[in-house]
Design a protein around this ligand. Structure first.
Ligand code: NDP
Ligand code: 8X3
Length: 260
């Protein structure tokens, strides 16, 4: 079997937990070289150590806040100190804040969700593109959500942000046609990561309830999918992939087993 990911430079935003951390280990196991960013550098260091243990020949970490242009630009400057190209860019940093209806929504939650999930993807892609456009077969993989396809109550801003991410991915796919750079979005349904703890601002009991009686996706499920997508041959582009756990037939149709 050919290993198309060995010694490739994989840049992952939001690599300090959840999908990003699991992806770092999964790409590490494929012998990819890692460039990992997030705000919690102590957590990134732990992820880098686990990735090296999994097989990564290199795992570098750097502080990154995708809500700030200067942080993204500094991060990519730092990337250039390690690598002269990026083979896979995973725009994963983001998440939801709150589940308030629009009537009682908070400016700071809305602003953070659009800053990270939407503007963060645009900023990081703009900054990293010069390291990708002369590298046919490189891949920009954005993490969207089922929420970008179907709205739910209390999700106006998050669903809106992920819908924007979907259209950004589609526009980029058109803009980069002919360069050989691939662009795709992986859009998961419910997955048990720190996502709900962050959404409910540290209320772990409320976060736990989201997955009660359900077998949700795991971060490792997503990581396995990202590795599979990124390891297709250069002429194959997975444009859009919707992935839900078997128990989630639709946003509003989730099968829950009785719990004692
Ligand atoms: P986690 O909360 O476990 O991970 C989120 C990651 O994003 C963390 O590493 C966090 O790092 C990072 N992050 C958040 N804000 C910023 C920022 N401003 N700058 C840099 N990094 C940031 O959740 P998931 O792994 O589940 O989420 C990853 C992505 O998947 C998100 O885009 C989310 O919207 C999406 N998603 C999640 C689903 C789920 O059900 N879990 C389903 C569909 C999509 P740090 O705090 O250290 O900066
Ligand atoms: C996360 C999935 O359904 O909580 O993007 O919005 S959902």
């Amino acid at each position: 079997m050919i290993n198309r990911l060995a010694n490739k430079w994989v840049l992952i935003t939001g690599a300090s937990s959840g999908f990003g951390a699991a992806a770092a280990c999964a790409f590490g196991a494929e012998k990819s070289k890692l460039l990992l960013g997030a705000r919690r550098v102590d957590r990134l260091e732990q992820v880098a150590a686990a990735s090296r243990k999994a097989g990564a020949p290199a795992a570098h970490v750097q502080s990154l806040d995708v809500t700030k242009t200067s942080s993204v630009e500094d991060f990519v400057k730092w990337v250039r100190g390690h690598a002269d190209k990026v083979d896979v860019l995973i725009n994963n940093a983001g998440g939801a804040l709150g589940l308030d209806p629009v009537a009682t929504g908070k400016d700071e939650d809305w602003e953070t969700m659009f800053q990270s999930n939407v503007l963060g993807v645009l900023r990081m892609t703009r900054a990293a593109l010069p390291l990708m456009v002369n590298n046919p077969g490189s891949y920009i993989l954005n993490i969207g959500s089922v929420a970008g396809h179907v709205a739910y109550e209390g999700g106006a801003a998050y669903c809106g942000a992920k819908a924007a991410e979907l259209q950004i991915t589609r526009a980029l796919r058109l803009e980069l046609n002919g360069t050989g750079v691939r662009v795709g979005t992986i859009d998961p349904g419910m997955a048990e990561t720190e996502f709900s703890v962050v959404r409910f601002k540290g209320d772990t009991a409320r976060a736990k309830k989201v997955y009660e009686g359900v077998e949700p996706l795991t971060a490792e499920d997503l990581a396995e999918i990202l590795v599979w997508v990124a390891s297709r041959p250069p002429h194959v582009c997975v444009d859009e992939l919707l992935v839900k756990c078997t128990d989630q037939a639709a946003i509003h149709k989730v099968h829950r087993r009785k719990v004692n």
